[in-house]
Design a protein around this ligand. Structure first.
Ligand SMILES: [Zn+2]
Length: 457
């Protein structure tokens, strides 16, 4: 990211806002909220102090010792329903020995701010905080009126999907469900060759389920090999699962996403594949899908996904166990049935000695349409900051806190607002997670643009 085109003369000191945001992000990173155990209360108190110090009304809640949820509200004239700005305060763990900086140091090196959570999700948390402050200083205090309340929500326990996360907030502070829209993580602004190429706005997500494969066989002494050894049986079943391909299923979000990518992706072969797969012509669709199959991230939005993640069998070296099991993490496309998938897996495995048990069922959420005022605000905000860069509706393979909001009637959109290269995106949950200073500047401006567009007439 070199430089950005100037935006309208809004009287904001963007350089000052950027460095204020950076200071907040550094402070947030320096508070270790690795989940488990989370300990988000320190972050929540920090946010609470900053927001209240600016004269913004807050509610700090403690769902469990050390855990927290913070809700802050800027009041509008309420001619429209509120809009939420979401982010979670917890982060995933680190393997310190693989980091070149202190993961909880918030150091800036060569134009990048490093630290666990820089991308996921303290970066967005700091940007949302900064935009709340900007809205308060440059709009509310300046006497301009918001059409709707802007509600800042910081949650705990997102990474562990636990009991004190968004579901707790919804149950204990249901006022947030009055919102018409929400802005959350889950999308992407992809940077290629130093500039944003497209913004993928998450409008829906795959639904996670867990299955257990259970193979049984005759137990016995290992000195006498048995033909129905449960471990061997499980191995054959897993090989069949690995070879199994779920049917191609192109939903409307993914079709529009690939149609948009067909005109902007740098590589000609993939451009053709995107065009084919979104063409509506069954033969071309199949051809495109075959090309995309060798790219796991694209393949994952074209069909249901099945990943074996854990295996368990045996108690000691000289005992043949009577049972062996494996966990399969399944991500279903919207509108698909886990029971139908289980039936297809049964057929693919073809062994009655292997049972498939549904261990946990995910809950589907209706997608957020890509023609609402909020989607348009995001699209126009992106185009104002990066002319010619489109906002494309996007189905994410990962689950976010947007799903429970969508189920409750809030139209949530995922937009991680920093332009990220593919390489930097790979550092999310990995080593040396970082966000560039220029990306952060773009993120603050973009989020400000989105919120002023949706929040004022
Ligand atoms: Zn996250």
């Amino acid at each position: 990211m070199a430089s950005h085109p100037p935006v309208s003369h809004d009287g904001i000191d963007w350089e000052g806002a950027l460095w204020e945001c950076i200071a907040h992000l550094q402070a947030l990173i320096r508070m270790d909220t690795v989940n488990p155990p989370g300990r988000e209360i320190g972050v929540a108190r920090y946010l609470d102090d900053v927001l209240r110090g600016a004269g913004i009304e807050t509610t700090l809640m403690e769902p469990a010792p050390g855990r927290a949820a913070l809700v802050a509200r800027l009041k509008g004239n309420r001619s429209k329903r509120p809009v939420l700005m979401m982010a979670h305060m917890d982060v995933v763990g680190v393997e310190r020995e693989h980091w070149k900086t202190n993961p909880f140091g918030g150091e800036i090196l060569d134009g990048y701010l490093y630290g666990r959570g820089a991308i996921d999700d303290k970066g967005m948390l700091a940007v949302n905080l900064q935009v709340m402050l900007l809205l308060q200083h440059h709009l509310v205090r300046a006497g301009r009126i918001l059409d709707r309340d802007v509600i800042f929500v910081a949650t705990s326990d997102e990474e562990a999907g636990g009991e004190v996360g968004i579901d707790w907030v919804i149950a204990n502070h249901p006022a947030i469900l009055e919102a018409e829209y929400a802005l959350n993580e889950g999308g992407r602004v992809r940077e290629v060759d130093g500039r944003p190429l497209y913004a993928a706005v998450q409008c829906g997500e795959k639904v996670p389920h867990n299955l257990r494969l259970l193979a049984t066989g005759s137990p016995g002494h290992a000195a006498i090999p048995l033909p129905d050894n449960a471990i061997v049986r499980l191995g054959r079943a897993l090989a069949a699962v690995g070879a199994h391909r779920e049917p191609l299923e192109l939903g409307p979000i993914t079709e529009r996403f690939f149609a948009g990518m067909a005109s902007l992706w740098p590589d000609a072969v993939l451009r053709q594949a995107f065009s084919d797969v979104s063409s509506g012509d069954p033969a071309r669709r199949g051809r495109g899908a075959t090309v995309l199959e060798s790219h796991p991230v694209f393949n994952a939005v074209l069909r249901n996904g099945i990943s074996p993640t854990m295996v368990s069998a045996g108690i000691r070296a000289n005992v043949i166990p009577g049972e062996a099991s494996a966990t399969l993490n399944v991500r279903l496309l919207p509108g698909q049935s886990i029971d139908d998938l289980v039936a297809r897996l049964h057929a693919a495995i073809g062994d009655d000695g292997v049972r498939i048990v549904v261990e946990s069922r995910g809950e589907e959420a209706p997608p957020s349409p890509d023609d609402t005022g909020m989607f348009v605000a995001i699209r126009d905000a992106v185009a104002a900051l990066a002319p010619g860069v489109p906002a494309l509706p996007f189905l994410s393979t990962g689950a976010t806190e947007s799903a429970p909001l969508r189920r409750a009637g809030v139209r949530a959109y995922g937009l991680l607002p920093f332009p990220l290269t593919e390489e930097d995106e790979g550092r999310m949950h990995g080593h040396d997670e970082r966000v560039s200073v220029s990306s952060l500047e773009f993120a603050v401006r973009l989020t400000w643009q989105v919120m002023t567009r949706i929040g004022t007439a």
